[in-house]
Design a protein around this ligand. Structure first.
Ligand SMILES: [Zn+2]
Length: 266
């Protein structure tokens, strides 16, 4: 199995995974979605809320805020020595105290204060509630690790998707260089250079085959490699995207090992 990183920025990574079958690629995708833990607010103590928003709605909105996650410092509650009751090794407290003066105001995710600087809202600009003059909220919220299989709010990924690696071939004996395929290709992967049709940036091909329909029969053939996949992983902000891919691969490896041990014991 080979991994090649094609593009990486703060929240998105594109990589090429080669030498695996589709079942493995999909297992890796699903592990990133529902097996890799991330922090999210799971309990809320509303001490004061004179806004028009119900406490339950406010708690739900707090739960959906992506929080930066430190997987090395916290335990999943079910694996913690406190047996899930909540302690400093499996729980982080965030507080929110806001009061509008004579002007209405919007309370944002960035107004939350965390006891741990490593567990903070991934983005400060998420609106939580609008306060009219002299309305106030005082809230204590408890974040914990959880997985997407429990609740989607714990997913560390916003998007994770893969596609087959495209293989675009042109039969130069059948192509009459009419240029129609160049016009219709939405990804601009076909170009006419001199008097020949050639390809560029073929990894961008979405396998839509519009060019095939536009062209002489079998002049352009769109195929895909069966053992290579282009992954796109977009983080919710909880973890860096490369850490999501690495940790998910470790979790998948461990699950395969446990499954093999079980099969061998039968
Ligand atoms: Zn604990």
């Amino acid at each position: 199995m080979e991994v090649t990183i094609l593009h990486k920025d703060e929240n998105v990574i594109h990589f090429l995974l080669e030498g695996v079958d589709v079942a493995f690629a999909n297992a890796l995708r699903r592990t990133m979605i529902n097996r890799l833990p991330a922090m999210a607010i799971d309990e809320v103590l509303v001490l004061e809320n004179t806004s028009v928003m119900f406490d339950e709605m406010l708690a739900q909105r707090l739960g959906l805020i992506p929080l930066t996650t430190d997987l090395d410092s916290y335990n999943l509650p079910r694996n913690c020595d406190c047996e899930g009751k909540g302690c400093s090794l499996c729980q982080c407290t965030l507080t929110l105290e806001k009061e509008a003066d004579e002007e209405e105001m919007i309370v944002y995710s960035g107004d939350l204060s965390s006891q741990d600087p490593k567990v903070i809202p991934a983005t400060d600009g998420i609106p939580l509630v609008k306060l009219a003059p002299r309305q106030s909220i005082i809230v204590e919220a408890y974040a914990r690790l959880g997985t997407g299989s429990e609740n989607a709010k714990f997913q560390p990924v916003a998007t994770v998707a893969y596609k087959y690696v495209p293989v675009v071939s042109v039969d130069k004996t059948k192509c009459d260089q009419c240029g129609a395929c160049v016009e219709v290709c939405p990804k601009n992967i076909l170009i006419i250079e001199g008097d020949t049709l050639s390809t560029q940036n073929t990894l961008d091909c979405s396998l839509c085959e519009i060019c095939v329909k536009e062209c002489e029969p079998s002049a352009i053939i769109i195929d895909s490699k069966k053992d290579s996949f282009l992954f796109k992983v977009e983080s919710s902000g909880a973890l860096p995207p490369e850490e999501i891919a690495e940790r998910a691969a470790e979790i998948l490896k461990e699950r395969i090992r446990v499954a093999l041990d079980f099969t061998n014991s039968l």
